[in-house]
Ligand binder design. Structure first.
Ligand SMILES: [Fe+2]
Ligand SMILES: [Fe+2]
Length: 236
């Protein structure tokens, strides 16, 4: 995709989405390092995951640069602030379950869903990067699933409580950029659908029954869509 072919609307939307991706990856790097402080026995593994996230942030910065587009980082920091605040509160409280649910289940499911939806419309520079990043994100999901599954069912109620707080916050962020997603070729409802499928699968791997996972996600996803855009509740 040559720079000249990009419309102003595309460049502006891409700048905001690319900023969100770069800040999300940078925060994931910080989150895994903070998790390493809570789980000292797993420090080495968690620092490796953090390093992968740092690499993703640099790779996606390169994607914007290859198109001659600067990411809107200040906006992305503002949009990520509520979710990052929830994560930081969990870390301060020594709440390992909530910290793992927010980063390893919610953020990683979002990353997987977003990158899967972007793949069909990605430019030739970004396409191979997305393929590699998706493999890494699957590994990060797997890390959280295995850790939480080892403590299931003791952690079932705390996981559900954390989802109650954090899932609507994450879904509201998506609503904030729905127009930009459309401009770069991603249907926001496809992205919600992909996220819901990915998150239900992850809850099942942790130990929830399919019916419980479906119920939890459907209720929270529906509520978040309704709060952000009442008119679109039926399509969510
Ligand atoms: Fe990542
Ligand atoms: Fe990740």
């Amino acid at each position: 995709m040559a720079n000249l072919e990009l419309t102003t609307a595309y460049r502006e939307a891409y700048s905001r989405i690319n900023g969100l991706v770069i800040v999300g990856e940078g925060l994931a790097d910080r989150h895994f390092r903070l998790l390493a402080g809570l789980l000292p026995d797993e420090r080495e593994d968690l620092e490796q995951l953090a390093a992968m996230e740092g690499r993703h942030a640099r790779d996606f910065l390169g994607c914007g640069r290859s198109l001659g587009i600067r990411p809107d980082l200040p906006l992305a920091h503002r949009l990520f602030a509520p979710l990052h605040r929830l994560f930081a509160e969990a870390i301060r409280a020594g709440d390992r379950v909530s910290a793992l649910v927010i980063q390893c289940l919610i953020v990683e499911s979002f990353a997987v869903a977003a990158y899967r939806c972007y793949q069909p419309v990605a430019d030739p520079y970004a396409a191979p990067i997305l393929r590699e990043v998706l493999e890494d994100e699957a590994e990060h999901l797997d890390y959280g699933e295995r850790w939480l599954a080892a403590w299931f069912p003791d952690v079932a109620a705390p996981i559900a409580a954390c989802c109650e707080r954090a899932l609507p916050v994450a879904l509201a962020m998506l609503q904030d950029v729905r127009d930009d997603l459309t401009v770069i070729g991603i249907d926001p409802l496809d992205l919600v659908g992909e996220f819901v499928a990915c998150f239900e699968e992850t809850l099942e791997k942790v130990g929830f029954q399919p019916r419980q996972a479906r119920g939890l996600v459907a209720r929270l996803a529906g509520r978040a869509c309704h709060e952000a855009a009442p008119a679109s509740i039926e399509s969510c």
